[in-house]
Ligand binder design. Sequence first.
Ligand code: MG
Length: 177
Amino acid sequence: MEYPKVVVFDLDYTLWPCWCDTHISPPLRSKSTDVVVDKYGYELSFYKDVGDIFQDLQANGVLIVSASRTCAPAVAKKLLKLLHLNGEPAINHLDHMEWGTHSKKKHIARALEQFEEDIKFEDVILFDDEVRNKDVESIGCLFAHISNEKVGLNKIIYERALGEWRKKNKKRTKKSN
Ligand SMILES: [Mg+2]
């Protein structure tokens, strides 16, 4: 099975069910490797399929990037350090992180510059809950919408996006041959 070269994940309401600059108040502490507790006892975990999805991407050599517009990157980073995925802090699974209030097109362009290999926008999928970020399709990335904040990123959305990407990729490689 073909895989894209890079998968980019938004954080808030894509990987976890909150806005970390609004709902989370430091200091943060680990309740377990899966649960973080904030100052007021608010508990946060990743959506449940995130670990399996990361594992599948890594097993298939896909680079994993996070791209967030959060106003609290320090809080987000702390969460990524405290919350574990597949036995390791989540941050260790990320090949690159992008922050800032600008467009996800810019996030993605800047992320690709970090990698030695020449990666095309067509080889990137962005998973994100905000429809406005669908603008990444104008540069050739595939946009996968996370539509339900209760469920977040799950295997159904993931598999569907991979399927869609494979279809597009097939057409693309046919054209270039
Ligand atoms: Mg979001």
